[in-house]
Write a protein that binds this ligand. Structure first.
Ligand code: C2O
Ligand code: CU
Length: 432
């Protein structure tokens, strides 16, 4: 059955914007909703005024109003767009679309396919349940739905041909659901994370993990038998595994063996952070159900890392409990997008942000306006030093990211579980 949604140009997902790297994008937006909105170009290194953050970088687009976005397609890759105003409901009702910026010479594949993943909480009548932002979702792992879609539909079989090479661009547009996709006997090769090229590799445990807002570009070489099927299974939530979609081989092969065309993507023009003389900053996330318990536990282990801050966090957490602001970044729960910067990064310098997840939950942490290298997890250097704009932190995990702060302005820094963001898990990082 069909479900009424909110969409861009009436479509779900919104229209795929696809341009060549280096061109200038000009996008006219008219708001036909009954409430204000903005559009944020997730992961794209836009000038601050084009970042689509209500009140902070622009006035919200009122009902009936318009806004004109204009920026350069600096980095090739897989990006997406969505509102930044009441996003837990606006995105949750379907406002999102893909933005693909092609390399000047794209790698050769047989098909370039985009899958926007989402999940919905539908009622028995297949309508969107209107309990957006309820207290339980806010305090726990966000609004996880009961119906998963690819490009706005419940997936049937996805047709493939033996010997075919597909570039699959996965975008997680869900408010809160984390995916861990298992392609069974296939060996997907990761070539880009959050739009940015990475050394081609098979993922750990053969699972493609995507927290909300994250993207993964895969090379899929179809090596199964003509006429057979391969299930793509989401194994993130233990005990709740399900088949997302089946890949169904056509009766005729495309070619006898998979092609050996190169799959490495050219680097984007990112500035390399100098780790040896980077300025260090500490960030602690806390709150949520069981947050206090985990905080006490972490307090003992964390040594010098901002004990005072954590105590502050605890204090304000108690004070705020009544106010539906239950998630904290360095002890502060955001109310709206206007706030004093939690960090000021000296412009054109290298910075390391050492983040601690002092909660019992996963959080995909997103920084606007920049891509950063993920350099360590729990003190161990990462293998690929991947560039990301959203990094998934496991409960109690510590992650260090590094970047050159080369894009001036006030930038949001927040959890992309949209219920956590709405309940305070957000701050402003100023580059000046
Ligand atoms: Cu995808 Cu601040 O957002
Ligand atoms: Cu979160």
């Amino acid at each position: 059955r069909q479900t009424a949604i909110w969409g861009y140009n009436g479509l779900l997902p919104g229209p795929e914007i696809r341009v060549r790297q280096g061109v200038r994008l000009r996008i006219a937006v008219r708001n036909d909703l009954d409430e204000a909105t903005t559009i944020h170009w997730h992961g794209v290194r836009v000038p601050n005024a084009m970042d689509g953050v209500p009140d902070l970088t622009q006035a919200p687009i009122a009902p009936g109003g318009s806004f004109f976005y204009e920026f350069d397609a600096v980095d090739a890759g897989t990006w997406w767009y969505h509102p930044h105003q009441r996003s837990f409901e606006q995105v949750g009702r379907g406002l999102y679309g893909p933005l693909v910026i092609e390399e000047p010479e794209p790698i050769r594949v047989d098909r370039d396919v985009t899958w926007m993943l989402d999940d919905w909480r539908l009622t028995k009548a297949d309508e969107i349940s209107d309990d957006f932002g309820n207290r339980f979702d806010i305090n726990h792992n966000g609004r996880v739905g009961n119906t998963v879609t690819i490009n706005g539909r419940m997936p049937g079989a996805f047709k493939v041909m033996n010997g075919e090479r597909i570039r699959l661009r996965l975008i997680n547009a869900a408010n809160a659901r984390i995916f861990a996709l298992d392609f069974e006997t296939l060996d997907p090769i990761v070539i880009a994370l959050d739009g940015q090229p990475v050394a081609p590799h098979s993922p750990d445990n053969r699972r493609i993990v995507l927290g909300p807002a994250m993207r993964v570009d895969l090379i899929l070489d179809m090596t199964g038998n003509t006429g057979s099927r391969i299930a793509v299974v989401d194994r993130f939530y233990e005990g709740l595994e399900y088949t997302l979609v089946e890949l169904a081989y056509d009766d005729t092969p495309m070619r006898a063996r998979v092609p050996d065309w190169p799959i490495e993507l050219p680097a984007n023009p990112l500035r390399e952070p100098e780790i040896s003389n980077a300025i260090r900053h500490d960030v602690v996330f806390n709150g949520g159900m069981m947050g206090g318990m985990v905080m006490q536990e972490m307090g003992g282990r964390m040594g010098h890392v901002g004990t005072a801050r954590m105590t502050g966090g605890m204090g304000s957490m108690m004070g705020m409990m009544h106010a539906d602001k239950v998630w904290f970044v360095n002890g502060v729960a955001a109310e709206g997008h206007i706030m004093d910067p939690m960090l000021i990064l000296e412009r054109d310098r290298s910075h390391i942000i050492a983040m601690t997840n002092a909660t019992a939950w996963h959080h995909p942490i997103h920084l606007h306006g920049h891509s950063f290298r993920v350099i360590s997890r729990d003190g161990k250097p990462t293998r690929y030093r991947e560039w990301q704009d959203t990094v998934l932190m496991a409960p109690r995990e510590k992650v260090e990211i590094a970047l050159v702060a080369d894009n001036p302005g006030d930038w949001m820094f927040h959890c992309h579980i949209l219920e956590h963001q709405a309940a305070g898990m957000m701050g402003v990082i100023r580059v000046a």
